[in-house]
Design a protein around this ligand. Structure first.
Ligand SMILES: Cc1cc2nc3c(=O)[nH]c(=O)nc-3n(C[C@H](O)[C@H](O)[C@H](O)COP(=O)(O)OP(=O)(O)OC[C@H]3O[C@@H](n4cnc5c(N)ncnc54)[C@H](O)[C@@H]3O)c2cc1C
Length: 397
């Protein structure tokens, strides 16, 4: 038996459910299919269980994409405040944490309930635990073969997300389907992911495991991120490093300013005026957590035992360089196992920025994380899920 709908959506995550609700409200009959046993599991674990559902400072510059203009239209037409209005209409409240990040006070389950309530109210049908097989397109109809039989529709929306966290059911489905319809894929890589190191650096970072400090950090081709860095048993994590990881490529260095916004020369001049006999190592101990200060004191460019009064101009330049431009080359990242998102994906060159529709296959749409649009840490990825889903739903014929 083949069931026919206006629109089939593959993937019952943030983007798929949101798109389904908006399409249903426009009078479309909608079938969402997913291989998982429960919908929107990534929403559940997001934001440490509180779902950082948007960021009020969302700008196109907060997204990584081969075409930096692609996300502009969808983001402008569905803003963080549009989603906040929806959250408020459901009687939910939020708290703004740092940097415009909005977290749901009622926890992430309440956001899933919002998505499901709206989807069901709009008349959508959700079928879970379904393996998706062959997808074909003929006579302006898509046919989706599944373990629960065949479905047909004139619109097919692919919202199966990226590759991060395979144990939660992440799959390459969207990329394979895109290739099947001759769409290009921007090479994928784990993003928002901790860095790993080997050898001496790994050992010294393991000794510092649990130590956190504010830094300015950047990859060779990315912007500066002023956030916290955390030392771990395997390397470096914390928001600053997760952000940098999205821009990092293998063998490239990461540059870290351990005293962000401060001039080492000025700090040393003030300290020297107050306590000229103080050893440089003692000064470091006043600036950094003890274990980190100890390690920095052992760096070759740091004359740790010298008194502040005896530091030469060259010493001060070397100290400023070591603390302000600490360059290290990660061995790799923790990979898909812990990456919060996938950078790369369905090439936006083949998609309409207004509707997310394929430029070559009418009725085929890609939304959410499977598209080559990757948000920074802090609610941007859900904002892209909502905005791309709304753009698509508004265009479905
Ligand atoms: C630990 C963690 C925390 C996060 N926290 C935040 C946060 O606080 N704020 C934020 O903005 N972003 C956060 N993210 C990122 C965010 O979760 C994703 O960007 C977002 O969920 C993407 O939505 P999506 O609908 O495109 O894909 P997904 O939410 O991944 O949904 C894809 C759906 O497709 C289904 N699927 C996949 N393959 C198949 C297949 N072959 N057949 C059938 N179904 C399939 C999956 O089961 C899933 O239900 C976090 C991610 C992780 C991993």
């Amino acid at each position: 038996m083949t069931r026919t709908f206006d629109t089939i959506i593959l993937g019952a995550g943030a983007a798929g459910l949101f798109c389904g609700a908006r399409a249903g409200e426009r009078g479309q009959s909608v079938q969402v299919l997913d291989h998982a046993a429960k919908p929107a599991e990534k929403v559940r674990i997001s934001g440490g269980g509180r779902c950082n559902f948007t960021n009020i400072h969302t700008r196109p510059a907060n997204f990584i994409c081969e075409n930096p203009h692609f996300a502009k239209s969808a983001l402008a037409r569905y803003t963080p405040w549009d989603f906040c209005d929806r959250v408020a209409r459901h009687g939910l409240t939020w708290t703004e944490k740092t940097l415009g990040q909005l977290f749901c006070d009622q926890r992430s389950g309440a956001i899933i309930k919002l998505l499901m309530d709206e989807f069901e109210a709009a008349g959508g049908t959700l079928t879970l635990s379904t393996t998706i097989g062959a997808v074909t397109h003929a006579d302006s109809q898509f046919v989706v073969e599944t373990s629960a039989g065949a479905y047909t529709a004139r619109n097919l929306v692919v919202a199966t997300g990226g590759l991060s966290i395979p144990k939660m059911g992440a799959s390459a489905f969207a990329y394979d389907l895109a290739r099947q319809f001759d769409h290009a894929i921007v090479p994928t890589r784990p993003a928002l992911v901790p860095f790993t190191f080997s050898g001496q650096l790994k050992e010294s970072f393991a000794d510092l495991s649990g130590v956190a400090c504010p830094v300015d950090a950047k990859a060779e081709r990315g912007p500066d991120f002023h956030e916290a860095m955390l030392f771990t048993h395997r390397g470096l994590s914390g928001p600053a490093m997760l952000q940098v990881s999205s821009y990092w490529r293998e063998t490239e260095a990461v540059e870290i300013d351990l005293l962000p916004g401060q001039s080492v020369a000025d700090l040393l001049a003030d300290a020297k005026a107050a306590a000229p006999k103080q050893a440089l190592s003692t000064w470091l101990g006043g600036l950094f957590p003890a274990r980190l200060a100890q390690q920095i004191a052992a760096w070759p460019s740091i004359p740790a035992t010298k008194q502040l009064a005896n530091l030469s101009k060259q010493d001060i330049t070397a100290i400023a360089d070591a603390l302000g431009h600490w360059k290290i080359v990660p061995t790799g990242t923790e990979g898909w196992r812990t990456a919060e998102v996938t950078a790369g994906g369905v090439d936006t060159d083949g998609l309409s920025s207004k509707s997310m529709e394929s430029k070559t296959v009418p009725g085929l749409y890609f939304i959410g994380e499977c598209v080559d649009v990757t948000g920074w840490l802090g609610g941007y990825n859900f904002q892209w899920a909502w905005a791309s889903a709304a753009a698509c739903a508004g265009a479905l014929a």
